[in-house]
Ligand binder design. Sequence first.
Ligand code: HEC
Length: 145
Amino acid sequence: MQKTISLFSVVGMALGMTAGSAAAEEKIDFEKQIWPFVKESCVKCHKPPYTDERGRKRKPKSGMVITNKKGFMEGGEEGAVIVPGKPDESEFLQRTLLPLDHDDHQPPEGKAPEWTDEQKKLFEAWIKAGADFGAWERDPEVDKK
Ligand code: HEC
């Protein structure tokens, strides 16, 4: 029995180490790995002001424009929504983790594709690693004035 336990813990440690070093080596590429699902689920309501097809002026919800790095880091009416290194304090992630029927859940229920659990984990890892945007400054396709 003793032997089984120690064997398990050795294997566990080995696995833990592998996972740890893999995470450290594989830098998350914001533009390739993060931006596509942020764009798909969140940009619709958090982009610069525009006039819709019926001629109505539309403003970014909560004043938050995420289509460029500066706006993304500034956040919305309540201030920063991304705190590098601190996923727990990063509202942009935390809101996606709330129960679907919670008033503060984002995206608002049924209005845009939900992030998958994998995407939420990736976003968390990206913040933890320092929220590095790499060379990405803006997405010209949606960052229009
Ligand atoms: C259908 C429109 C819509 C979509 C899509 C949407 N939001 Fe929002 N968002 C809102 C509205 C409306 C508010 C303001 C009300 C509130 O704070 O809940 C808001 C507010 C927020 C805030 C608060 C900003 C602040 O000032 O503190 C965050 C963070 C946020 N959204 C994140 C997201 C994320 C992350 C996504 C994508 C996963 C997303 N939103 C997609 C409509 C949307």
